[in-house]
Design a protein around this ligand. Structure first.
Ligand code: AGP
Length: 608
C-alpha cells in the first residue's frame, strides 16, 4: 500500500510533496521519491530507505524547484526495495512521470509487448510499464493517453501523473486503490489517503473506480473512462489525524481486518488465469512438482498456524505428506530432510529470527526452500530459493489478520497447483476451487459486517479467566489461531486443543461457566464435535460454536452459535477465523488493552 501525493499550484511543489508523504509514513514503506517540473524539464529524486533520506538529498525540497509535481512512498510488491525501483517512474524521454499504488496484474505481458516495440526498462516494477504505456499512447492529449492505458491494464491502481507538455496540469486516476483530491489555498492536491491533505483542506473528493481527474491551480475536472465529463461532490472530513491514519477505524487491527477482502483478492487474482492456477514465482516445472516427496512447513506464531492449516489442505487435496514445525524447534532438533523434501517457510515480516535460521538450516542441509512472505525484499524473501508474496500490504497491528489470511490463500493456491500437476484433482475440481476462492472476499466481508453480534457476545466475557478453543482437523488449526488472537491482545489465558484430546487431561480444567469455543466446519467430524461439546457442557462449560450455515443441529448442543457461509472443506479457515479475530479484538477493546501494540510483543521478532 504505497503513499501518493501530487500538487499543482502557486507554491513550490517539493516541500508540499515531502510534507504530504511524511503524513503517510505510518503506512509502512521501503523507499520514496518525488518528481517536479521546473519549467523546462521534469527533475526526479528517489531513494531507498526512510523519507528522511530524500529530505536530506533534496534539502527539504529546495533543490527541486517547480510548482507541479508528484511524490511516492513505496511498499514494494514487484521488484526489491531500491533507488531504481522507487517511484516516480519516467517514460523514455523523461517527459512523463507517474506514481502508482496498487498491482498491475498483467504487467509482464504488457512489458513483453513494450520491449518488442523497443522500450527499455530500468526497474523490476510493474509501475514502469505504466510510464512506457503512457508514452506509447501519448500523442499530445494526456486524457486520451490515460484512458487508452486504462483499457490495457488489469489489476488495481491509483495514479498521479504529470506531463512536461502540460505544466499547469496534474492528472490522477483510480481503480480499486484509494485516491482523494482537493483544493488548497494555493492550488490542487491529490493523495492516496486523507492524512496527507488534512493540513491543507478538509473538503475532499473521493475518486471512484475508473474516474480520471484533471487538476489545475484553481480548477479540477472529472472524467469517466470514456472521457465524458462527470460531476462530483466534495466530502467534508471530520477525522483528526490519528483517526485519519486508521482510515476512520478505531485501531489499525480493525482497519486491517476490513482490508482482508481486498488483500485476499490481491493475493489470488494475479495467480488465476482462466481456470488455471499460475504461480510463476514458484520456478518449479511440473516435473519438479511431481518430484516433491514431502513438504516441511516451518514458521512461528500465526504463520505456524497457517502452516498447520496447510498440512491438512496439502495432505487432503494433493496427497503429499506434510510435516509442520515451529521454527524455534526445527532449527535445533537436527532435522532430517530427506531427498525430495520441499521446505516452506512462512513469514509476514520475512525477518523473524527463528524462521530465518530455519531457512538457513534447511538450505545447509541441501533442501530447496520456498518462502511465503509479505514484505518484499526481506531477508527470508531474499534467502529462499523462491518466494511467493502475499500481497496483503503493510500490516501495522502487532496481531496479524490480513497477512495471516493471505498466507492461507497462498497455501490454497499451492495445494491446488500441486494437486492438479500430481493428478490428484481434475480440471473440473480446479475450476470449482477457483470459484470458491473468488467467493471468499465477499464471504469475508459478510462476516465482518456481522461484527455487532460478536461484539455483544464478547462483552459478556471481558472478565473471563480461561478460554478454550477446540476443533478437529482443519478446525484444530483454526482453534490455534483463534486462541492466539484472543490471548495476545486481551491478556486472557487461552488454549487451543484438538477436541479429541480433551479427555486426556484438559477437561479437568472445565468449570461452571468456562467459555469453550468449538469450531465445527468439517462435515465428516460434526458428530464427533457435537459429542465433545456435550462433554464440556455437562461439566459446566458455556459453548460458543462456530459452524457452517445449515448445520442447525449445533443449536441443540451449543449455547451460542455463529454461522459462516459455505465453502469447500479446505477453505473454511479463511471464514471461521473472521469471527474469532473479531472476538479477540472486542474483548481486548472492552478490557482497555492496547489493541495495536499489546504489551511485551513486537511486530517482528528479529531476535531469538
Ligand atoms: C501473530 O498475531 C503474532 N504477531 C506473531 O505470532 C507472528 O505471527 C509471529 O511472530 C511470526 O511473525 P512473521 O509472520 O513475521 O514471521
Amino acid at each position: 500500500m504505497c503513499g501518493i501525493v501530487g500538487y499543482v499550484g502557486e507554491k513550490q511543489a517539493a516541500p508540499i510533496l515531502l510534507d504530504g508523504l511524511s503524513k503517510l509514513e505510518y503506512r509502512g514503506y521501503d523507499s520514496a521519491g518525488i518528481a517536479v517540473f521546473d519549467g523546462e524539464k521534469i527533475n526526479m529524486t528517489k531513494a531507498k530507505g526512510r523519507l528522511k533520506v530524500l529530505e536530506e538529498i533534496t534539502h527539504g525540497g529546495s533543490t527541486m524547484p517547480g510548482v507541479l509535481g508528484v511524490g511516492h512512498t513505496r511498499w514494494a510488491t514487484h521488484g526489491e526495495p531500491s533507488d531504481v525501483n522507487a517511484h516516480p517512474h519516467l517514460n523514455r524521454d523523461g517527459s512523463i512521470a507517474v506514481v502508482h499504488n496498487g498491482i498491475i496484474e498483467n504487467y509482464l505481458k504488457l512489458k513483453k509487448k513494450l520491449v518488442k516495440k523497443g522500450y527499455e526498462f530500468v526497474s523490476d516494477t510493474d509501475t514502469e510499464v505504466i510510464a512506457h504505456l503512457l508514452d506509447y499512447y501519448y500523442d499530445g492529449n494526456p486524457l486520451r493517453a490515460i484512458t487508452k492505458v486504462m483499457h490495457r491494464m488489469e489489476g488495481s491502481y491509483a495514479l498521479g501523473i504529470i506531463f512536461k507538455d502540460f505544466p499547469d496540469e496534474l492528472y490522477a486516476v483510480r481503480k480499486d486503490s484509494p485516491l482523494i483530491v482537493g483544493h488548497t489555498e494555493t492550488g490542487s492536491i491529490i493523495a492516496s489517503d486523507v492524512p496527507a491533505v488534512l493540513k491543507y483542506t478538509r473538503d475532499v473528493y473521493f475518486i471512484e473506480n475508473e474516474e480520471i481527474v484533471r487538476m489545475e491551480k484553481d480548477s479540477m475536472e472529472f472524467f469517466n473512462v470514456d472521457e465524458e465529463q462527470i460531476e462530483k461532490e466534495p466530502v467534508h472530513i471530520e477525522w483528526d489525524v490519528d483517526a485519519a491514519e486508521k482510515g476512520g477505524y478505531e485501531h489499525f487491527m480493525l482497519k486491517e481486518m476490513y482490508e482482508q477482502p481486498k488483500a485476499i483478492t490481491d493475493t489470488f487474482s494475479p495467480r488465476i488465469r482462466g481456470n488455471e492456477i499460475v504461480i510463476e514465482e514458484l520456478n518449479m516445472s511440473d516435473e519438479d512438482i511431481r518430484a516433491v516427496k514431502k513438504l516441511m512447513i516451518v514458521a512461528c506464531g500465526s504463520a505456524y498456524h497457517a502452516g498447520v492449516t496447510g498440512k491438512y489442505v496439502f495432505e487432503g487435496m494433493a496427497r503429499i505428506p506434510v510435516e509442520v514445525d515451529l521454527a524455534s524447534e526445527f532449527r535445533y532438533r537436527d532435522p532430517i530432510l530427506e531427498e525430495g523434501t520441499l521446505v516452506i517457510v512462512i513469514s509476514q515480516s520475512g525477518e523473524t529470527a527463528d524462521s530465518l535460521a530455519a531457512l538457513r538450516e534447511s538450505r545447509e542441509r541441501g533442501a530447496k526452500v520456498l518462502g511465503i512472505v509479505n514484505v518484499v525484499g526481506s531477508s527470508i524473501a531474499r534467502e529462499a530459493d523462491n518466494v511467493m508474496y502475499t500481497w496483503a500490504g503493510p500490516e501495522i497491528a502487532v496481531a496479524t489478520t490480513k497477512a495471516y489470511s493471505c498466507q492461507l490463500i497462498a497455501l490454497y493456491l499451492l495445494a491446488v497447483k500441486f494437486a492438479k500437476v500430481r493428478g490428484q484433482i481434475s480440471d473440473a475440481q480446479v475450476k470449482e476451487y477457483i470459484e470458491d476462492l473468488k467467493r471468499l472476499p465477499d464471504q469475508v466481508e459478510l462476516l465482518l459486517n456481522n461484527k455487532n453480534k460478536i461484539q455483544k457476545f464478547a462483552n459478556r466475557y471481558l472478565a473471563a479467566k480461561d478460554v478454550f478453543f477446540i476443533g478437529r482437523g482443519i478446525d484444530y488449526a483454526i482453534s490455534l489461531e483463534g486462541s492466539l488472537k484472543l490471548k495476545e491482545i486481551s491478556y486472557i489465558h487461552s488454549e487451543a486443543y484438538a477436541a479429541g484430546e480433551l479427555k486426556h487431561g484438559t477437561i479437568s480444567l472445565i468449570e461452571e461457566g468456562t467459555l469453550v469455543t468449538a469450531v465445527l466446519t468439517q462435515e465428516d467430524l460434526f458428530k464427533k464435535m457435537i459429542s465433545n461439546i456435550v462433554e464440556v457442557r455437562t461439566r459446566g462449560a458455556f459453548v460458543l460454536a462456530v459452524t457452517t450455515e445449515g448445520n442447525d443441529e449445533v443449536k441443540k448442543a451449543a449455547d451460542y452459535v455463529i454461522y459462516i457461509p459455505r465453502t469447500n472443506r479446505f477453505f473454511t479457515n479463511s471464514l471461521a477465523i473472521i469471527p474469532l479475530q473479531l472476538f479477540g479484538y472486542y474483548i481486548s477493546v472492552g478490557r482497555g488493552c492496547d489493541v495495536d501494540k499489546p504489551r511485551n510483543l513486537a511486530k517482528s521478532v528479529t531476535v531469538e
